[in-house]
Design a binder for this molecule. Structure first.
Ligand code: HEM
Ligand code: HEM
Ligand code: SF4
Ligand code: SF4
Length: 394
């Protein structure tokens, strides 16, 4: 198919060494009217310096209120191919493992009904199928679900939970991140498909504090694998590292954020009481150091990107929780948190923002958690502990 629109401004973006989305859209435009008109509409926006997308909202499919994000052009007569240009979220498997057969299945459905443009694992983790019309949504959903696929979350719902590849490929995983993610997905089906919250809620599960999934910056609830007790040390292997040329003082001891390691050239000691389980020493000396044997997770709450109000990082609400199926303790905690958020959250207020507005003290009381030192959000700032009226003897 030859190009329908001239795109001198977009063509500039194909120059240079970086991959170019323009090149990819042009490739799709060889067999897609959607992609042809997407180029035309974008070129016009660049020229006029105004957007030609109307804000859409959610378009449901039967039985599912989430999973499709609606988009419409404000000049459909000029660019009929993108009169509707909805985004379909598809729930991805834990850890992003696919067979090529599974990927072909998705692409076949998408070639038949959509623009051919995909975004494999957008910032939210889902498979994103970019651009189709309203009347295609039911057939897309029917074909995907008949092949065992499910739509992901969107709108004010539980979003597709995601995780690092964890125990499947990584020796540092302290918990089975993939199993936990799958269980959360199964357990909260209703909350994923039928938006009923003040705003979105994301779970992200990391096997350890290296946090390859960046849960601490992107999840309303971050579940991060950790351990209780002492780091296991193989003194012989520590010496091998030293003899092999590692400057243990500089690279390990001085880099420990809590300054709890000492090394006198023959013995490597850790004051485990002070260790924050950051994984630095273990990740640097894989042969000499291993996490302790009692594994579990730290549960954190509240991070989000700067949409609506500013960015937040998650902070600790449960320093250590055992993580074994059927994960009853986790689900009970989540249900209590949601009940509180449902009751007090304003429209489009994330859980972290609600805690900031009503205070961490109130949050702890309402969900029945006890204040602990590990919960302090920032050094030299204690946001949650105050004497209440009843505590003061008069
Ligand atoms: C007025 C126009 C648009 C607005 C206001 C907008 C805003 C948004 C918002 C708020 C989301 C998150 C939706 C959710 O709650 O799940 C989203 C998702 C997304 N949008 Fe748009 N969008 C617009 C147009 C477009 C267009 C034209 C494209 C592509 C050509 C696009 C690509 C995407 C992608 C890929 C995602 C998913 C990102 C991810 O999950 O990683 N959007 N958009
Ligand atoms: C310096 C520029 C930017 C930075 C650092 C940035 C960063 C991020 C991050 C960290 C997320 C993930 C949030 C999460 O998973 O909770 C995100 C999501 C997103 N960003 Fe950006 N972004 C930038 C610019 C943009 C621009 C220019 C657009 C669109 C024109 C955009 C559209 C989106 C959308 C649609 C999402 C998904 C939101 C959702 O899941 O609800 N971003 N961005
Ligand atoms: S977060 Fe930890 S367990 Fe997960 S992949 Fe990264 S290093 Fe491995
Ligand atoms: S895990 Fe981190 S805090 Fe703990 S001893 Fe190692 S470097 Fe220090």
């Amino acid at each position: 198919m030859s190009m329908k629109h001239q795109t001198p401004l977009l063509d500039e973006l194909e120059k240079g060494t970086f991959p170019s989305f323009v090149k990819e859209i042009k490739r799709a435009a060889e067999h897609s009217d959607y992609a042809q008109d997407l180029l035309g509409l974008l070129e016009l926006s660049y020229k006029e310096k105004v957007t030609h997308w109307k804000h859409g909202g959610i378009v449901g499919v039967r039985g599912y209120g989430a999973g499709v994000i609606g988009r419409y052009s404000d000049i459909p007569d000029q660019f009929p191919g993108v009169a509707h240009f909805h985004t379909v979220r598809v729930n991805q498997p834990s850890g992003f493992f696919y067979t090529t057969k599974a990927l072909r299945e998705i692409c076949e459905v998408w070639d038949k009904y959509g623009s051919g443009l995909t975004n494999m694992h957008g910032s939210t983790g889902d498979i994103i199928l970019l651009g189709t019309k309203t009347e295609n949504l039911e057939p897309i959903f029917a074909e995907l679900s008949s092949k065992g696929w499910d739509l992901g979350g969107s709108g004010s719902a539980v979003r597709t939970p995601s995780c690092c590849l964890g125990a499947a490929r990584c020796e540092w995983a302290n918990i089975d991140a993939m199993s936990i993610t799958n269980e959360i997905t199964q357990h909260y089906q209703d909350e994923m498909h039928r938006p009923a919250f003040p705003y979105k809620f994301k779970f992200k599960v990391a096997g350890c504090a290296v946090d390859c999934i960046a849960s601490i910056a992107r999840a309303d609830m971050s579940i991060i694998g950790t351990w209780r007790g002492d780091i296991r040390i193989d003194q012989g292997e520590v010496k091998n590292y030293a003899q092999g040329g590692m400057d243990i003082q500089k690279e390990i001891v001085d880099m420990c954020p809590t300054e709890c390691i000492s090394w006198d050239g023959s013995e490597f000691k850790i004051d485990n009481e002070d260790c924050s389980r950051c994984m630095h020493c273990i990740a640097k000396m894989t042969k000499a150091l291993r996490p302790g044997t009692e594994k579990g997770a730290t549960i954190l709450l509240g991070s989000k990107a700067p949409i609506v109000t500013g960015a937040l990082m998650s902070w600790v609400i449960v320093p250590f929780m055992k993580m074994e199926p059927p994960y009853t303790e986790l689900f009970e905690l989540v249900d209590k948190i949601w009940e509180w958020w449902d009751e007090y959250g304003k429209n489009r207020e994330r859980i972290g923002e609600l805690i900031e507005r009503l205070s961490f003290t109130t949050f702890l009381k309402e969900v029945g958690l006890k204040p602990q030192p590990a919960m302090v959000k920032e050094p030299r700032r204690d946001p949650f502990f105050f004497w209440s009226e009843e505590d003061i003897e008069k």
